[in-house]
Design a protein. Structure first.
Length: 207
């Protein structure tokens, strides 16, 4: 009986130490998760299907060869004005809403805050099947030299997984754009391999 009581006395502190260790580890894990967790992004909003759509010519007649030669624009359509909706194929229409000048606050470690431009991109599914947005990417360049500008993901809308037939969604994409480059911007909306990319060009508003 004495040995049993001694064993119990020895075991109790070990259990307490283990519990403390587990509690400490859990607290550290929670703190790490809080630091590394992505910010809560805004949600894309339902929209009207754009009207007055045009279908631009392809920017190149042989995209596969041009892509192999390093021409990243080989899979693009010819540029249109910012306000002109585009049918990128028989089932998808893309349009750009009014650009907004706004201070963009970065949250993620590799992002930079600054004077920004919000680009409302409306994607409409005019087909009969769900439209996957797995390959959806918006890029932007500015200035006479078409200098790429960085998208601030944490200030942009979260991209939906898909869009149902007959529906449209507006997805706001935020970019930091210096004032001196805003006279000439180019916005490329790419939905992946299922279609060519739409290209919109014009001027962005000043702050």
């Amino acid at each position: 009986m004495k040995m049993t009581r001694c064993a119990a006395v020895l075991v109790a502190p070990l259990v307490l130490l283990a519990a403390c260790a587990d509690s400490s580890d859990g607290a550290e894990a929670d703190a790490t998760a809080a630091v590394t967790a992505p910010p809560t992004q805004s949600t894309a909003q339902p929209a009207e299907i754009p009207t007055g759509v045009v279908t631009p010519e392809a920017a190149t007649s042989d995209p596969e060869t041009d892509l192999e030669e390093g021409d990243l624009a080989a899979d693009w359509l010819e540029p249109v004005e910012l306000t002109q909706p585009v049918a990128v194929n028989d089932d998808v229409t893309v349009g750009i809403g009014e650009l907004l000048s706004r201070r963009v606050e970065a949250v993620l470690p590799d992002e930079v805050s600054g004077d920004g431009v919000i680009v409302p991109v409306t994607v409409a599914n005019t087909g009969t099947d769900d439209l996957s947005l797995a390959g959806f990417v918006v890029t932007m360049s500015a200035g006479e030299g078409d200098a790429p500008v960085e998208q601030v993901v944490s200030a942009s809308d979260e991209v939906p997984t898909s869009i149902a037939p007959g529906q449209a969604m507006t997805i706001n994409a935020a970019f930091v754009v210096p004032q001196e480059l805003r006279g000439n911007v180019s916005i490329v909306v790419d939905l992946g391999a299922q279609s060519r990319a739409a290209v919109f060009q014009g001027a962005a508003p000043a702050a």
